[in-house]
Write a protein that binds this ligand. Sequence first.
Ligand code: 5AD
Ligand code: SF4
Length: 457
Amino acid sequence: MSTASAAGTDGNQRKVFIKTYGCQMNVYDSQRMGEVLGGRGYAVTDTAYGADLVILNTCHIREKAAEKVYSELGRLRLMKDQAGGAMKIAVAGCVAQAEGEEIVRRAPVVDLVFGPQTYHRLPELLDEQAETGSAVVETEFPADEKFDALDAPAGAKMLKRGVAAFLTVQEGCDKFCTFCVVPYTRGAEFSRPAQRIVAEARQLVDAGVREITLLGQNVNGWHGEGLDGGSWTLGHLLDELSAIDGLERLRYTTSHPRDMDDALIAAHGSNPKVMPYLHLPVQSGSDRILKAMNRKHTARSYNDLVARIRAARPDIAMSSDFIVGFPGETDDDFEATMQLVRGVTYAQAFSFKYSPRPGTPAAGHYGQVPEDVKSDRLARLQALLGAQQADFNNACVGRTLDVLLEKPGRKAGQLVGRSPYLQSVFLEAGHRSIGETVRVEITGTGPNSLTGHMVDA
Ligand code: 5AD
Ligand code: SF4
């Protein structure tokens, strides 16, 4: 097989621009794609101009997210024309998985379409495209094969991750919420072996990473053979990872309420490296709607769960996803969601208008909610969630928090880091540098951040 794609004809290194849409898992996948291509002589660049290859790593979760891809392809078509056709264009991720051939029909400018399970084969697919000169579409589903084929990148081969990095430990979903495309685009639940995860985490820490966020569509459904041969769930894995010297913080996202087991809840109380922040989507506060969504929990079981988590870690900051305007949602159902939010109190949240997704059961349900009703409910929910977030941030003023310094701030001499509760904190860092954790007294709040000054500097 030809390796012509390894280097440009003029001897210069080829450039790849990867544009990422959607969730953190796509961010992780884009980094891994960059590393796979790095092994074939491509350097990652931060603009499509002058790139030999542009990859759109796409999201299919809501209609708007999917449509963005086609408008971006329109812009890229002009750029490709200007480059005399030399630029290759690839569509990856969940839109690629869901729409496959349809993408090439709708946007013939596309040279390559590949799903989230096949990016380890990227070099071969590019070669195949170069040899045949026609578009290649690859949407097979061998989840285990992908992770087997991807070595944990080490040393120079690893793309720069910064201080806080993502690490995918679980992929796919068997829950089949009736609104969601994920079970179709990402496939069945699959957990990576503990040994591979620990090896990758060590390599990240060796490269300067201090905080790791474990990723999965149902990350708390992670399970597998542990290093001791026993059967582990996520709580065990967190405990094993926390033994890595130099790793200071662990987070995980996204969790399903059904998979929060006792060991994981206990880890929040007993493992100081597990940060006091939990994204635990509830979607709705109405049992009728939760049932229609096939969520497999009720408002009450969710509230009880939050109470157990708070008993283990009283200061935990809760976060969630919400959908308003699911088919059949009445004013009373929506009121139940508002009631749940008032009861739980969230430090942070994401909320969306229901978007019917082709192929999902709810898209065909009776009682689709009119757009203006959805907009009105979303505005009311977001006002409540925004007020709770502001209250949470204001309550931090006067407290002293550990802040992991991540990057330069807006002003000279300023750095920005993260609190344990995932808030951005701006401060004058003096001689302290990125990667260090400092004690910061919080003195003020901005719309999405905190400000403070170091104590014991
Ligand atoms: N419409 C609106 N929001 C959705 N989500 C998933 N599918 C849809 C949809 N069809 C939201 C859920 C999920 C988050 C990632 O996106 O809240 O938790
Ligand atoms: Fe989608 Fe539900 Fe699976 Fe989450 S749990 S990925 S919302 S189907």
